[in-house]
Design a protein around this ligand. Structure first.
Ligand code: GLN
Length: 545
């Protein structure tokens, strides 16, 4: 079967849920036995998401092969239960970088190099490679139609579609607001976004209607009229909880049948039994547990965004669902803890997560929270910076190393318990920042009889990394003497990967240098999150209050 390329664009607003929709469509096709791949395109000139501020752009999702990508790849992996790679992420910056390198190598044979010709050609080349060996390549286009920045990507679709009308398709997401003051669902913004597509020489092949509820018959008729589509090609994707229900909502509207018919492909049923079962279980959950995530948040005017931690949140939720628990996430602003002390912490939590981070903002608040979790025997999971700050906290308050710190925050600290990895020093001096952290999968050997080993049930694991700093080996013996357990290291023993407190002194205190949140899947939670949630479930204090 030839590869079908299905672009997924959006209009009206950003944050429409294109990623979740793309992942849902991919899941339906995959569960019907098709070979499906996905690509996310970002319109930015950054060559990867590693140099974008996660507090503004959202989480940097790291693939196993060490590419710093957009958070939508996290949705794809969690839905499809599959590993993706750098072949699944493209930015405008990468396209330009390739064109410019090729120009220097006389690849264009003396032709004038023009965005108009060479940009689309380069994008198609990338996508063809990503689609090789697959029945479908779904391509999610970042941003929304009408933005100046992604115009060349829409132009790519237009030309490719013109050349290969039976192979290149466009699915467009629109938003249908229901303003409370009007009490009526409005289609005009969606109509305008379709008109924007028309201006670019494109008409969608399917429309997906996002909004608080599914559009009714008169509204579907209006949208069908402006998009010249039969109503059967207009689908509803109303707000739903959890997001993992969306594939079922689409399936139940006959999406798969209609989609395959349009492409001239024979119908195939989607096999989603365990998916449906799990959603059914999530709907029934009663036992609630609150889990605190201590991070720093991006204030945008009056609003605070927490997208930077999406994989952590999904990992907590998924692990909780699999353990029969309804999780409630409590956001704790580490800067508030810094300013107001422990009174800024919630009264009742079953567990605390300190996720990854960079720089000095809110650091002392995170350290104070870790101390609180350690002293009050509250299950604690530290991720990356969470491990580094847990080490600092332990060094200061248990091992007696006054003013111990990470050199990322305090270069003058008398006890640099966390320090730059030697190979990183040169990179920072040369301002060689992009894509140069210790990234992607690295092996970690687990020490027997530790919480981590019990969780993973294996001696050697591979998890994803993204860091420049590490536990300073000069302090290892001192920390271990004071009771810190080094539960995992790189196989050569050189890098600390996991620290713990012995089960005799704390019910669950584990921190990892890697990011276990990147390997949770809806059908298969990450083992460490599972172990953490199980500790939260058994948290005696929580159960008493
Ligand atoms: N800032 C720390 C480092 O660079 C931790 C990074 C992280 O949490 N991802 O090592």
């Amino acid at each position: 079967m030839m590869t079908h390329y299905v672009f997924i664009s959006g209009g009206v607003i950003s944050g429409l849920g294109k990623g979740v929709t793309a992942a849902s469509v991919a899941l339906l096709l995959q569960s019907a036995g098709f070979r499906v791949n996905l690509v996310k395109i970002d319109m930015y000139l950054n060559q990867d998401a590693g140099t974008m501020n996660p507090l503004e752009h959202g989480e940097v999702f790291v693939t196993a092969d060490g590419c710093e990508t957009d958070q939508d790849l996290g949705h794809y992996e969690r839905f499809l239960n599959r590993r993706l790679s750098r072949k699944n992420y493209l930015t405008a910056g990468q396209v330009y970088a390739r064109i410019l390198a090729q120009e220097r190598a006389l690849f264009y044979d003396g032709a004038c190099v023009e965005v108009y010709h060479h940009f689309p050609a380069e994008v198609v080349k990338f996508l063809r490679r990503a689609g090789r060996g697959y029945d479908f390549l779904l391509v999610e286009l970042g941003g929304s139609v009408g933005e100046y920045q992604n115009i060349l990507f829409f132009e790519t679709i237009r030309r490719w579609k013109m050349r290969c009308p039976n192979q290149v398709w466009l699915m467009h997401l629109v938003y249908l607001p229901l303003p409370p003051s009007l009490g009526e669902m409005k289609t005009k913004p969606a109509q305008q976004s379709i008109a924007e597509l028309h201006r670019l020489g494109l008409n969608p092949d399917w429309l997906i209607c996002r909004g608080p509820q599914a559009p009714d018959q008169p509204r579907r008729a209006k949208l069908a009229l402006v998009s010249a589509l039969p109503q059967e090609d207009i689908f509803a994707a109303p707000d739903t909880w959890p997001i993992y229900r969306l594939p079922l909502l689409l399936l139940d509207q006959g999406f798969l049948r209609r989609f395959l018919t349009k492409l001239g492909l024979p119908r195939r049923p989607a096999r989603l039994k365990s998916w449906r079962q799990l959603i059914g279980q999530v709907d029934q959950l009663q036992t609630q547990r609150s889990i605190a995530i201590v991070g720093k948040y991006y204030a945008s005017g009056q609003f605070s965004l927490a997208d930077a931690y999406i994989s952590v949140v999904e990992s907590i939720k998924i692990a909780a669902w699999h353990q029969g628990i309804k999780p409630e996430i409590i956001w704790v602003d580490s800067e508030k803890v810094e300013q107001h002390g422990l009174s800024a912490l919630p009264k009742k939590v079953a567990g605390v997560v300190v996720p990854g981070g960079f720089g000095c903002r809110g650091v002392e608040g995170k350290i104070a929270t870790i101390r609180w979790a350690r002293e009050n025997k509250i299950p604690f999971l530290g991720l990356c910076y969470g491990l580094q700050l847990a080490t600092v906290e332990f060094a200061r308050h248990v091992a007696g190393l006054k003013r111990a710190h990470t050199t990322e925050v305090d270069r003058q600290t008398p006890h640099p318990v966390i320090d730059l990895m030697p190979e990183q020093e040169k990179k920072l001096l040369a301002r060689d920042y992009g894509g140069t952290m210790r990234l992607g999968n690295w092996p970690c050997r687990l020490r027997p009889r530790t919480l981590a080993r019990r969780a993973y049930r294996r001696a050697l694991i591979y998890e994803r990394h993204r860091h420049r700093y590490e536990v300073n080996n000069r302090y290892r013996a001192r920390l271990e003497q004071a009771g810190l357990v080094i539960a995992g290291t790189s196989p050569d023993g050189r890098l600390v990967e996991i620290i713990e407190l012995p089960a005799s002194s704390h019910p669950f205190f584990v921190a990892t240098q890697f990011h276990p949140e990147f390997t949770s899947r809806f059908l298969r939670p990450n083992p460490l999150f599972r172990a953490f949630i199980s500790a939260c479930q058994q948290n005696v204090n929580y159960n008493l209050t």
